[in-house]
Write a protein of this length. Structure first.
Length: 247
C-alpha cells in the first residue's frame, strides 16, 4: 500500500533527528531519497548509513532560510515526486525578552523556508505530472505553550499555508498536507522529558507516554504515497490524544 519504488523524495533538515528518520522510512519503502541540509559532514554520514542498509540516497546542500540556496538546490534535481518539508528550529524564550534575531531565525526557517521549498517542489511536480508534499507542522500550531511564541506562530502559519497551497495546486496534481506531531522523543529533548517538568508534561498526554519517531511512520507514508491520493489540504495530528486532553 505504501510502495514508493521508482519515486524520488527530498527531505529537508535530513542530517539528523526526525528528518533523518523520515529519510530512512522513505528509503525502506523503495524511494530514492535526497537528503538536504546545511551540515554536509552529517549528511554524508546519513547517506552512507542508508546505503549500507540497502537504500538509495544522495546528499544535497540546502539552507531553507536562504531563497537562493533553495533555488540552486532544486535546479540540480532531474525529477521530484515527494517533498518532506521538515527543516525547523526552536529558540524558546519569553516573548518580552526574545530578540529580533531569535524571532527572524525561527520564522525564516520554519515558515518562509517551508514556502520556498514547497514552491520549487511544486514547479518540478507540475512539470512531471504531480506529486506529494508533506509539511511537518506541530500540535503547537493548533494549541500553545509558554515560551514558544515564534515557533507556535510559524507552525500555525505552516498549517494555514498548507491549506492555501492545496487549494491552488490541486489542479496540477500536487497534493500538500500538514503532519502535526505531538511531543516525540529525540536526542535533543530526552533529558528534559526525564526531568520533573518533563514527566509532569507526559502525564497530561492521554496515552501517558511520549511519541517515538516510528509512531509518525504510518501518517508520513499515507500522505506521501498513493494510498493518500485523495487527501490534500489536511492537518493530521499524531500526538497520543494531546490535542483532545481536557483544559
Amino acid at each position: 500500500m505504501f510502495e514508493l519504488k521508482g519515486k524520488t523524495a527530498l527531505v529537508t533538515g535530513a542530517s539528523g533527528g526526525l528528518g533523518l528518520h523520515f529519510a530512512k522510512v522513505l528509503a525502506r519503502a523503495g524511494a530514492h531519497v535526497v537528503l538536504a541540509a546545511r551540515r554536509q559532514d552529517a549528511l554524508a554520514e546519513a547517506v552512507a548509513g542508508i546505503r549500507t542498509q540497502g537504500g538509495s540516497a544522495e546528499a544535497l546542500a540546502m539552507d531553507v532560510a536562504d531563497p537562493a540556496s533553495v533555488a540552486k538546490a532544486f535546479e540540480g534535481l532531474a525529477r521530484l515526486d515527494i517533498l518532506i518539508n521538515n527543516a525547523g528550529i526552536s529558540r524558546p524564550a519569553q516573548a518580552l525578552t526574545a530578540t529580533d534575531d531569535d524571532w527572524r531565525a525561527v520564522i525564516d526557517t520554519n515558515l518562509n523556508g517551508v514556502f520556498f521549498a514547497a514552491q520549487h517542489a511544486a514547479r518540478k511536480m507540475q512539470a512531471g505530472g504531480g506529486g506529494a508534499i508533506v509539511n511537518i507542522a506541530s500540535i503547537l500550531g493548533l494549541r500553545v505553550a509558554g515560551q514558544v511564541a515564534s515557533y507556535a506562530a510559524a507552525k500555525a502559519g505552516v498549517i494555514q499555508l498548507t491549506k492555501a497551497l492545496a487549494l491552488e495546486w490541486a489542479r496540477y496534481g500536487v497534493r500538500i498536507n500538514a503532519l502535526c506531531p505531538g511531543y516525540v522523543e529525540t536526542d535533543l529533548n530526552r533529558d528534559f522529558f526525564a526531568s520533573e517538568p518533563g514527566l509532569a508534561l507526559i502525564k497530561r498526554i492521554p496515552q501517558r507516554r511520549l511519541g517515538q519517531p516510528e509512531d509518525l511512520d504510518g501518517a508520513l507514508l499515507l500522505l506521501a504515497s498513493d494510498a493518500g491520493r485523495y487527501i490534500t489540504g489536511a492537518e493530521l495530528a499524531v500526538d497520543g490524544g494531546h490535542l483532545v486532553s481536557s483544559l
